[in-house]
Design a protein around this ligand. Structure first.
Ligand code: ADP
Length: 490
């Protein structure tokens, strides 16, 4: 049975599509065999050698089609050649003479041309199809090799979410071997968390992209592998469109960022520990310098008082820095607490401006308000944001005296803006200034002291109040920082 199956498979022209193995031997052998069999049949079974012509025409058309389909132009032409030789053999052995001889030769020539045309066209079609299939298979192999060589995990599905390709890197990130018939959106092979919440199969990145048409960029997901290892992944997805714009596939790139996350968390722990350790001695320093100041005032030591005031100012700066460091590490660990209440934002702005005006006599801060504005939030933290924006405006516009603070209501929210006419921020830096520890590194900006924490803390505080913060700026002309907050419902 197996041998029979093998023979059928070997002869089957469809099974050979894409193979580009064109045999001459088989068409030659089979065509000669068929001719000999036919001769025996008409001589010994039918006892009439002259009826062979009719059988031969149909039989050889079949053979030529079969072999040109199986073995290309070569197969078609070989079968045609045997056929023509056989036809001449018939003319010779049946002793055709006179008009019959001429008609037979003419028929053989016409049929020969027709057979050659048939074999040529079918053979050429078969070879073209083979080439196309081979090209596609090469393309697939090339893609597969590239996918396997990439240093990131990759999974490609068709437009229904059925997994078509994936690589070893993905399996090593997930810690399991992927089964063949997985479908994105239907199967979930390992519990996945996004933003701390477990997601279901339809919320997985590829399922989301296939369902909505929207790509996912740099989103973090966490899995708990069966070997109990927690793995942080950064995932990007996108749709792949065909020539006519139809979605033909979707791809996801998976990056293992566990090490980076662990490093960040160790760094945060260190910053947290260091700032806690620094807090106590700095508080004592402030206390002792205040005592010393009182003592010097009693002694009326003017020079000493001046020195101690400077020490006090520097200690306060140090204290602010330590507090910022602590806030950053609390934000990272989700431990920054808010005490929310209803309060008047316009009054807090006025107080903040008054406080800063006392500290810096040089710059004039103008306030443009619209009466009472009540919001629900943490008063101290909003004051912290305002102080940060205003001190930045002062710091980064040393040669300009005017700063404008504006507050206006819009729908159900309030928008506060702090405008300066200082050094400004280049377009490509404007989003980045809100990142943790980000500072513009151009020569001019480098001369200003700072650690790049203020705007990051401000952004997080505003975010936790369901608001947004943004900047509009032009290099050399100044910046306007905005933040919006929802108005109090009462
Ligand atoms: P810091 O001021 O301590 O460096 P911030 O987080 O407050 O940190 O600001 C981040 C960066 O944004 C600053 O280093 C500065 O380059 C830029 N920046 C902030 N505010 C302004 C401003 N008003 N004008 C120009 N550049 C600014």
């Amino acid at each position: 049975m197996k041998t029979l199956y093998k023979i059928i498979h070997y002869l089957n022209p469809v099974a050979r599509l894409g193979k580009r193995q064109y045999s001459v031997f088989l068409p030659l052998f089979v065509s000669i065999f068929v001719s000999v069999t036919l001769e025996c049949y008409v001589y010994f079974v039918l006892h009439d050698p002259n009826v062979v012509g009719l059988y031969a025409i149909f039989l050889y058309i079949g053979l030529i089609i079969f072999f040109s389909f199986r073995d290309g132009v070569r197969g078609g032409f070989t079968a045609t050649a045997v056929t023509i030789v056989y036809y001449f053999y018939i003319i010779y052995t049946r002793h055709h003479q006179g008009q019959q001889l001429i008609t037979s030769i003419e028929t053989t020539i016409i049929l020969g041309i027709l057979y050659m045309f048939l074999g040529g066209v079918i053979g050429w079609l078969k070879q073209t199809i083979d080439k196309l299939i081979e090209k596609e298979a090469d393309e697939r192999r090339r893609l597969q090799t590239i996918i396997q060589q990439l240093p990131v995990g990759i999974v490609i599905t068709d437009n229904q979410g059925r997994v078509q390709h994936s690589n070893k890197q993905l399996e090593s990130i997930l810690g399991i071997k992927l089964q063949k018939d997985l479908v994105a959106g239907r199967d979930i092979i390992i519990p996945v968390k996004h933003n701390g919440k477990e997601i279901n199969a339809s919320q997985t990145p590829l399922a989301y992209t296939l369902a909505t048409g929207k790509p996912i960029t740099d989103k973090e997901y966490v899995i708990q592998r069966s070997d109990s290892k927690k793995v942080h992944m950064n995932i990007n997805t996108s749709l792949i469109h065909g020539q006519r714009g139809r979605v033909i596939a979707a791809a996801a790139i998976v990056n293992d960022i566990t090490q980076q996350k662990e490093l960040e968390s160790r760094k945060d722990d260190f910053v947290n520990m260091a700032s806690h350790e620094l807090k106590t001695p700095v508080t004592s320093l402030k206390l002792y310098s205040s005592l010393l100041k009182k003592h010097l005032e009693k002694l009326q030591d003017e020079k000493g008082i001046k020195t101690i005031i400077s020490i006090n100012q520097q200690t306060e700066r140090l204290q602010d820095l330590i507090n910022d460091l602590l806030d950053v590490s609390r934000l990272q660990t989700g431990k920054l607490m808010f005490t929310k209440e209803n309060f008047r934002l316009d009054l807090v702005i006025r107080e903040t401006i008054a406080g800063l005006k006392a500290a810096s006599k040089k710059q004039e801060i103008k306030y443009k308000g619209t009466g009472a504005v009540a919001i629900f939030g943490d008063k101290f933290r909003i004051y912290q944001v305002l102080t940060n924006l205003l001190t930045n405006a002062m710091k980064y516009s040393p040669e300009h005296e005017k700063i404008i603070v504006q507050i206006r209501k819009e729908d159900k929210k309030v928008i506060v803006s702090v405008q300066d006419f200082g050094i400004g921020i280049a377009k490509d830096q404007q989003k980045k200034v809100f990142d943790r520890l980000y500072q513009v590194t151009e020569p001019k900006e480098k001369t200003f002291p700072g650690l790049g924490m203020g705007l990051y803390i401000s952004k997080e505080i505003i975010k936790r109040h369901r608001g947004t913060i943004w900047v509009e700026s032009e290099k050399g002309k100044g910046s306007t920082f905005y933040f919006s907050l929802p108005l109090s419902k009462k």
